[in-house]
Design a protein around this ligand. Structure first.
Ligand SMILES: [Zn+2]
Ligand SMILES: [Zn+2]
Length: 446
């Protein structure tokens, strides 16, 4: 018998917020979950306590993202409360008020990348990344693993931690050749200073419980065992469910609960899941019970017929090979052709499907042998003039710190764009320079 955990549940359904009235990420998403948790009497149990969310500050967001033109433009109050729910989960666990915490919040966040111009994939700001940076800022946590079990590739979280060797990002998702956002392939392994710290497991459509749990047992748990994070965070997306209307997987509420028990995360943060009546109440209840160390074997969807959800032998075989390849990539990632002490450049076009924004981005990372490297990017959309972001990482060596300030001073003098955002995680200095402060001559006045 597993021992009980004290579980904190932070519930923020945002009943008055939606992208549009008929959008799948809508107001009622957590309505039936709330009923189910109440009906089951989970809040009457001595080891489960409901907490109110914090409200994330703009400082919490700007520590994590480059928001152009600023966080006040790209977020609503609901986004601040959802991210604040994740922060509350972190605080409860770190202050040892609870053993584990589950932030059942919306709107979701895992498609929000380092740069934010608006909403993409139903997300504006990345709740888990804001949580991670809060933990680093206030509790000095260094090594963290984020395991994303949403059906969609967690491309936003991947982008934020692409260059960070201390945050292991593992995403299990439906193969990007068959689902939004079309990324998350096995060869996406992290940037030159964090190679092998991004792990993608693109699963074929109709993967069932057996396949997901095989990946957890044979790949995810051994990798976590090797990486030894101080904390495990689960981006808990419930849209791998067989009843989900926008995906093609065959995962069940029982499967999700078993996955959670095996993964044993310290904190879970809700991501997607759009079968609001038939799946979300059962998956979320199963996860709550699993995290609390309680029996969940009775949690069943009314239409659950396991025999109709069996995956084919071909899928099992494919997943077995995929796990072997991914383990090899984690242990010995194929090297990148980059030179030390020079910038490595990524040029990308990032589409914001919800807001119809196209961002042309050029990102440079200093391939530093001593730290994760200063990050420098320019971002250009049709409606915004060009913007610049500079980030000195939390583990910056003195040389990369100086390089970050050199880039800032050069930007002040020469940059013809609209906004410069400067993040210095090492010394906790954060600056925004707007076009008003950049004269046509490019001189900055204090
Ligand atoms: Zn999703
Ligand atoms: Zn460095």
């Amino acid at each position: 018998m597993k021992s009980l955990n004290h579980l904190g549940v932070i519930f923020f359904p945002a009943y008055d917020w939606a992208i549009s009235p008929t959008h799948p990420e809508r107001e009622e998403r957590l309505l039936y979950t709330q009923d189910q948790l109440r009906e089951e009497g989970v809040f009457d149990l001595a080891n489960i306590t409901e907490y109110k969310p914090d409200i994330a500050t703009y400082a919490d967001i700007e520590r994590t993202h480059f928001c152009f033109p600023g966080p006040e433009v790209v977020t609503t109050e609901s986004h601040l409360v959802a991210a604040g729910g994740a922060i509350k989960a972190a605080r409860l666990v770190m202050e040892k008020e609870v053993d584990k915490a589950f932030a059942l919040v919306r709107p979701p966040g895992h498609h929000a990348m380092k740069v934010v111009h608006g909403n993409r994939g139903f997300c504006n700001i990345n709740n888990e990344a804001i949580l991670v940076e809060f933990l680093r800022e206030h509790y000095g946590i260094q090594k963290i693993a984020i395991v994303d079990t949403d059906c969609h590739h967690g491309d936003g979280t991947q982008d934020i931690y692409w260059h960070d060797p201390d945050v292991l990002f593992i995403s299990l998702h439906q193969d990007g050749r068959t689902l939004y956002p079309g990324t998350g392939f096995s060869d996406e392994l992290g940037g030159p200073t964090a190679r092998g710290r991004t792990i993608n497991i693109p699963l074929p459509p109709y993967t069932a419980d057996e396949g997901f749990l095989y990946v957890i047992d044979n790949l995810v748990l051994p990798i976590l065992d090797d990486f030894k994070p101080e904390l495990i965070i689960n981006s808990a997306g419930q849209d791998n469910h067989y009843g989900d209307p926008i995906t093609n997987m065959n995962f069940s509420a029982q499967g999700y609960a078993v996955l959670n028990r095996k993964l044993n995360p310290d904190i879970a943060v809700l991501e997607g899941g759009y079968s609001i009546h038939g799946a979300l109440p059962y998956i979320n209840l199963g996860i709550v019970l699993a995290m609390a160390g309680l029996d969940f074997s009775h949690v069943r969807e009314p239409d659950y017929h396991p025999e109709s959800l069996r995956q084919s032998p071909q899928i099992s075989e494919y997943i077995k090979k995929l796990c072997a390849l991914t383990m090899q990539n984690y242990r010995k990632p194929p090297p990148l052709n980059v030179k030390p002490n020079q910038y490595d450049t990524r040029s990308r076009s990032i589409y914001y499907d919800t807001d119809g924004i196209n961002d042309l981005q050029v990102e440079q990372i200093m391939v530093c042998p001593s730290c994760s490297g200063v990050r420098h990017l320019t971002s250009k959309t049709r409606s915004h003039a060009s913007c610049m972001g500079i980030e000195i990482p939390i583990d910056a060596c003195p040389r990369c710190r100086d390089e970050g300030y050199r880039l800032l001073h050069a930007g002040r003098s020469n940059f013809r764009g609209k906004t410069i955002k400067f993040i210095n995680r090492r010394d906790k200095e954060y600056l925004t320079l707007n076009e008003f402060e950049l004269t046509p001559m490019g001189r900055y006045f204090f």
